[in-house]
Design a protein around this ligand. Sequence first.
Ligand SMILES: NC(=O)c1ccc[n+]([C@@H]2O[C@H](COP(=O)([O-])OP(=O)(O)OC[C@H]3O[C@@H](n4cnc5c(N)ncnc54)[C@H](OP(=O)(O)O)[C@@H]3O)[C@@H](O)[C@H]2O)c1
Length: 279
Amino acid sequence: MLKIAMTGADGLVGSRIVELLNTDFEFIPVPQSKMDITNRELVNQTLNGMDFDIFLHLAAFTNVAGAETNKDLAYKINRDGTKNVFEAVSLKNKKFIYISTDFVFDGKNPPYFEDSVVNPPGVYADSKYQGERIVAGKAMIVRISYPYRARFDIKRDFFRTFKMLLEQKKPLSMITDSLMTPTLIDDIAYGLRHLFNNYSPETYHLVGGKSISPYQAAILVAEKFNLDKSLIGKTTYEKYIKSKPGLPQYADIRSKKNDFWKMKDFTEGLDELKSQLSL
Ligand SMILES: NC(=O)c1ccc[n+]([C@@H]2O[C@H](COP(=O)([O-])OP(=O)(O)OC[C@H]3O[C@@H](n4cnc5c(N)ncnc54)[C@H](OP(=O)(O)O)[C@@H]3O)[C@@H](O)[C@H]2O)c1
């Protein structure tokens, strides 16, 4: 059985990967409490004594708006931390997978495939892109986009935020002139299962089957869970971006290379979540 050491195993995406694939692979979580990735010496020391086949690196400073005001920390974790981990893994001649983001694209000229030109629009995006640059050509880069799942108490994704606000009968103001590519985390996990078994140091997009506007996404959530659609108002990208910088406008992300796992679109993903939530 392949041994997969990983950072970020207790996060939104990582914890679901472990939940779904723990009978296919032996996961070895390396939590921040044991290894702060910004501490180079500690990273070398920790990884030196570990036995694994692949290192899956998910740990990141993931607060997009927060990165604009915590620039140094975002680069310290996403660029320098990635460098620390990648160098230590390379010294052991082990395989490395870097989880990155669709935000490396500026959202001005969609659609975006694996080989599209990147132009990160904000601090979070650029810090993640700097991480990509460190490993490019030498490791696998997997870009994901708007991940969501049925349950996870520690961090809310966009799906559970929309659902919670609608359940609380709070009005939502949703962008109509923008695109996102919602991705069911279960599909990311199953796509990764193939990539773990078929490793190659290239870039892949593991993204949902279709891009939609945030407004459409909120409407679909309301329809699927019988919530009040009239609470969902409209806004524009230009107005929204003033309060939440760093968000690309047309994040229509696609893959030329994923012929191994069918990624659900948001309608199909919601069907799956509804059945998981009724269990
Ligand atoms: N969520 C999204 O919308 C999204 C979209 C596209 C790409 N991604 C990428 O997907 C990956 C996973 O995202 P996520 O949303 O699952 O993350 P998350 O839930 O925010 O979790 C972040 C993880 O990183 C760890 N971490 C943070 N700083 C660290 C440090 N200095 N040393 C060691 N570990 C550290 C955290 O550990 P603690 O729990 O101890 O704090 C946590 O396990 C990230 O690389 C992110 O850039 C996410």
